[in-house]
Structure formats: structure tokens, C-alpha cells
Design a protein around this ligand. Structure first.
Ligand code: ADP
Length: 400
């Protein structure tokens, strides 16, 4: 079964191709072909990087309207060719950032699903339009192929009301202002992989998954479902992130508008693009650059690191309270998978739970491994998140 996975954003598109064979394997396969189209590297063109057949090719793409055709052509033409024709693709799976509360799992895309994705554009203005564009373009190029939407919000639809409803006048909840949560594909994949690695049924584990990338969020997972998460109505709430502030006193944006005469767009830009690690350090959104600056004695970089960690630890504490216990703490995504110091310092705040990190295991680039000591009360896992694989699997499981 050949599955094309499509992950479209406002400034970049990532796609990849899997051949799942006759049945879905238990552990992730590597994609046979990967394409990354980035519109941020130059003004006049998008840079397409294709990896396939052991080679890497870079192509300048001039027109947005025909960009997807250029991407897909690399599957059937030239040195990156893998397929005789595009009709060999059995299914296309799309990552969709916002599906609201309507979809608790992946669905085959039809008119109603497209309408729902369009309805949520006001809540995901940077993503849902790009998803729709991708879906419509595939429809034109491959009119007979089944397309599936895999939602980042779906895993969070099990969150109970007390964690979902904001303490605003109730009518706003009925009009859709609530906690939706994001990174659900990653949190769900990591929860399932945790159960697999620990050889324990997922339903009997209390898990906190820490997705720490450019965007960061936690999920509390119990009885096999998500019961709490740090991101909320938008991906701005919760942890401190690369450029996003995370949770702040809600009065602050109002004050900025009143006292600094900033408009909505300016405040939004400040909170989403100019805050977080970048805003506090004044250096970078990338934790690697912050750590390098700390080494050089930069006090603002140290402060950015300290705030990041303080907020991470206190939010994990909140998730522990929601779960009333902890069997496994999971680190994933760019920071979670690669930063031993973040894992070490985070776990230092959890020794009261009997959680003990094996510092030797933590330091040797663990992948899909328990890095707690044998006598630790809870496991500590580093899991390489595999969102594309999870989308491929969810897509394949919907085949008639
Ligand atoms: P995204 O959220 O865009 O998918 P990633 O999950 O790839 O991002 O995470 C990217 C972030 O991971 C980078 O901004 C960087 O801060 C962090 N990162 C990657 N490698 C390391 C490392 N070795 N040490 C610390 N941070 C790292």
C-alpha cells in the first residue's frame, strides 16, 4: 500500500511517501521519498529539497500555484523517481492542524470535512487554508485517490469539561471558545510507543508526554486517552516556546494595547513571533544558540533557559495533579529528543515522585529508550516523534 503524506503549512510544505506493504508494521518505516518546500529562504523562489533513492536534490520553485505539481513530479521523473506514475499512490493522508471538536479520529475527506476545515480557518489562519489548498490540488492531480484528514486536535477531544472550558461567561464556550489542544498526532504516537516500549497496556499507564520543539506542549494521558494539555484555544497557551510566550497574565495584551498603542496584529506578532526564548534572550529561538550563549556567560540567555525550565517543571506538576500519579514521563521533538540538559534539569524537579534519571543513559543520545534507573518509580522515555508515520498509519487504517 503506497501512502503519500502531506503536511502543508503557510510557509513550507513537507511531504513523504511510504510503502506499507500488505499489512501495517508495528514499528515505523523510513519514508522512501521526502520533499520539503520552503518559501522562507528567498524572496523570488521556494526551495524544494527532495530526498529519494539515496540522493538529495535541490530545486528552485518559482510559482506557488504549480508548486505541488513540481513536488509530485519528482516522484515520477528524474533521478529521484520512485513510481512509474502517480496513479500508483493508493491513499493521501493530510495533517490538519484544526478540526475543532467534530473529529476525534482520522476521516476520509469529503465535502463536509472540507467545510469543517474551512470553518476552522479563523482559529488556524496560518494552517487550515494551506491544508485546503493541498487537498484541492491533489483532487485535481489525482481525482480518484482517497484523501484522509488526520487532525492535531483529535487526540484532545477526550479532555473533560473541567480542563476544557475557560472560566469566561458560558456563552463563549457554546460558541467555540475552549481548550482544543495541539500536537495531538505526536502526543498520541508517543503514548502508543511508550506502551510498546514498556510492554504494558496503554490503558493502565499514566503518561505525560512533553513535545518540546519550536512549539511546545504537554499532554496528560490516562486510561488510553488525553485528559489534559497545556496548549488551549490556540497554540500560544502553556509552555514557553522558541518565539511564543506561552501562558501570561491575560491582562498584559490589553495593557500593551492601551499603554503602547499596539493594534491586534502587532500584539499577536509580539506574543507569537518575538517572545519566548528569542524574546527573553534577545539572541535566538533555538535552544542550541541559547546554550552556547550561556557558555559564553550571557546572563539574558541564562534567564531565558531558567524561565523555560521553570515553566516546564511547573506545568509537568500540574499534569501530575491531573493524572494523580505518573508512570512515564516522555520527552520528544527537537528539544526533547536532543537536549540531555533539559531532560536532566526537568527530572531534578521530580525526584519527590521517586523519579530517578540514569544520567549516563541520558547523555548518550537515547532513542526510543527508557532512561530512568531500574529503581525509579516512573519511567523516563526519549521517543523520536514520528508524525508522518502516524499519519500514514491512520490513513492506511481507513482504507475500505
Ligand atoms: P518543529 O516544532 O518546528 O517541528 P523541531 O521538533 O524540529 O521543531 O524542534 C526544533 C528545535 O529543536 C530547534 O529550534 C532547537 O531549539 C531544538 N534542538 C534541536 N537539536 C537540539 C539540540 N541538540 N539541543 C538543544 N536543542 C535542540
Amino acid at each position: 500500500m503506497i501512502i503519500l503524506v502531506f503536511n502543508a503549512g503557510s510557509s513550507s510544505q513537507k511531504s513523504c511517501l511510504y510503502n506499507l506493504g500488505a499489512s501495517i508494521p508495528d514499528t515505523p518505516l523510513k519514508p522512501l521519498w521526502e520533499a520539503h518546500l520552503d518559501w522562507t529562504v528567498a524572496q523570488e523562489f521556494g526551495l524544494l529539497t527532495v530526498k529519494s533513492n539515496g540522493i538529495k536534490r535541490k530545486i528552485e520553485v518559482r510559482e506557488k500555484a504549480t508548486a505541488l505539481k513540481v513536488v509530485l513530479d519528482t516522484l515520477v521523473i528524474g533521478e529521484t523517481q520512485l513510481l512509474a506514475n502517480l496513479q500508483e499512490i493508493d491513499l493521501v493522508g493530510h495533517r490538519v492542524v484544526h478540526g475543532g471538536t467534530k473529529y476525534s479520529q482520522a476521516v476520509v475527506i469529503d465535502k463536509d470535512v472540507k467545510k469543517a476545515i474551512a470553518d476552522f480557518i479563523p482559529l488556524a489562519p496560518n494552517h487550515n487554508p494551506a491544508h485546503l489548498e493541498g487537498i484541492n490540488t491533489i483532487e485535481k492531480i489525482l481525482p480518484d485517490v482517497t484523501q484522509v484528514a488526520v487532525f492535531d486536535t483529535a487526540f484532545h477531544t477526550t479532555i473533560p469539561q473541567a480542563a476544557k472550558v475557560y472560566p469566561l461567561p458560558y456563552k463563549y464556550f457554546t460558541q467555540g471558545i475552549q481548550r482544543y489542544g495541539f500536537h495531538g498526532i505526536s502526543h498520541q504516537y508517543c503514548a502508543n510507543r511508550t506502551a510498546q516500549i514498556l510492554q504494558h497496556p496503554l490503558e493502565s499507564l499514566k503518561i505525560i508526554t512533553c513535545h518540546l520543539g519550536n512549539g511546545c506542549s504537554l499532554a496528560a494521558i490516562k486510561d488510553g486517552g488525553c485528559i489534559d494539555t497545556t496548549m488551549g484555544f490556540s497554540p500560544l497557551e502553556g509552555l514557553m516556546m522558541g518565539t511564543r510566550c506561552g501562558s501570561i497574565d491575560p491582562q498584559i495584551p490589553l495593557y500593551l494595547m492601551q499603554e503602547y498603542a499596539l493594534d491586534v496584529a502587532q500584539v499577536s506578532h509580539l506574543l507569537n513571533q518575538e517572545s519566548g526564548l528569542k524574546g527573553v534572550s534577545g539572541i535566538s529561538a533555538d535552544l542550541r544558540n541559547i546554550l552556547a550563549a550561556i557558555n559564553d556567560g550571557n546572563a539574558q540567555a541564562q534567564l531565558a533557559f531558567d524561565i523555560y525550565l521553570h515553566r516546564l517543571k511547573s506545568s509537568i506538576g500540574a499534569m501530575v495533579a491531573s493524572l494523580n500519579g505518573l508512570d512515564a514521563l516522555v520527552f520528544t521533538a527537537g528539544v526533547g529528543e536532543n537536549s540531555a540538559i533539559i531532560r536532566e534539569k526537568t527530572c531534578e524537579g521530580l525526584t519527590y515522585l521517586g523519579l530517578q534519571l540514569d544520567s549516563a543513559k541520558n547523555k548518550v543520545n537515547p532513542v526510543d529508550e527508557n532512561i530512568a534507573t531500574d529503581d525509579s518509580n516512573a519511567a523516563v522515555l526519549v521517543i523520536q516523534t514520528q508524525e508522518d508515520w502516524a499519519i500514514a498509519v491512520a490513513t492506511a487504517s481507513l482504507q475500505d
